[in-house]
Design a protein. Structure first.
Length: 292
């Protein structure tokens, strides 16, 4: 299957691709996005702008069948099973907000004869280095992360980097080499089901999304897209003017920017002006459309 992987850098994407192939049970072909999408975003606050563009690029200009997006959670809440309930999605949860943007964008993609684009989202808690330490460090896991006091969160993420690469400031080449090695080790020696048990909210969500890719896609299923839109509590159909402008309309209290006015276009809704909560510090999210 052809798919695109979006991570925080090339190294992340290389490792994530190996995990994706392990979940799907067969090697896939990575399809890079092109053109202006090669530019990295300026952080988590830019994901709302970058992600819809990547989805449209893949759907209309490539033969890719899916998109995989994995981000670090940093200090944001861990995704929990109750968040999947339409009435319990959490604004501060990055995975909830990623899925909201994906659902809204994909509901607008429609080409006769073109199968719907698949999407899978994951959240590495607290950072992707925790996944690569699985099987070597008994202290990694979402349950363990919840026991780390807020004052020690930054130091713990720094420790994970040092333990993974031998330095807390690895070069891109070193990071990519280590991630490919560790992802391969996890797939071959540890088993992805064990990784899912330790990271049920973030990796478990990714694995669950990817397992649905084996189901037949309904070509041109407008009803299915509309149903996906209406069941997402973070999305709301806007007025005719907003729909005509192809903007994403978010309900009160849901913002995608990290600064005033950041988001998916002119801040026509109060949600676009909503800052991050004090404890949800935006990480350095960078999208590079070049595949591994």
């Amino acid at each position: 299957m052809k798919y695109c992987v979006l991570g925080e850098d090339d190294a992340d994407e290389a490792g994530i691709g190996i995990l994706v192939d392990g979940i799907l049970g067969l090697p896939g072909t990575v399809v890079p996005a092109k053109g202006s999408l090669r530019r990295r975003s300026g952080g988590w606050g830019s994901v709302g702008k970058v992600l819809p563009s990547v989805l449209r690029e893949l759907y209309y200009n490539t033969d890719a069948g899916g998109l995989v997006v994995v981000l670090d959670s940093d200090d944001s809440p861990i995704h929990q099973p109750p968040h999947d309930d339409p009435n319990q999605a959490v604004r501060e949860c990055r995975l909830c907000r990623l899925r909201a943007i994906v659902t809204e964008t994909m509901a607008r993609l429609d080409t006769p004869g073109r199968p719907p684009l698949r999407a899978a989202s994951g959240l590495a808690v607290p950072a992707i280095e925790a996944w690569w330490r699985f099987g070597k460090d008994p202290h990694v896991g979402e349950a363990q992360w919840l026991q780390v006091p807020a004052a020690g969160a930054w130091e713990e993420r720094r420790r994970l980097k040092s333990d993974t690469y031998g330095t807390d400031r690895p070069s891109l080449e070193l990071a990519k080499k280590v991630m490919v090695e560790e992802a391969t080790r996890i797939v071959r020696e540890c088993g992805l089901s064990k990784l899912e048990e330790s990271f049920p909210g973030g990796f478990g969500a990714l694995a669950g999304d990817l397992r649905t890719w084996g189901r037949p896609a309904r070509v041109g299923s407008r009803d299915a897209r509309e149903q996906a839109r209406t069941r997402d509590p973070l999305l709301r159909r806007g007025g005719g003017r907003d729909r005509a402008a192809r903007r994403i309309q978010l309900p009160m209290g849901v913002g995608v920017g990290t600064r005033r006015g950041a988001g998916l276009g002119p801040p026509t809704h109060p949600a676009a002006l909503t800052p991050f909560p004090r404890r949800c510090y935006p990480g350095r999210l960078r999208f590079d459309a070049d595949g591994p």
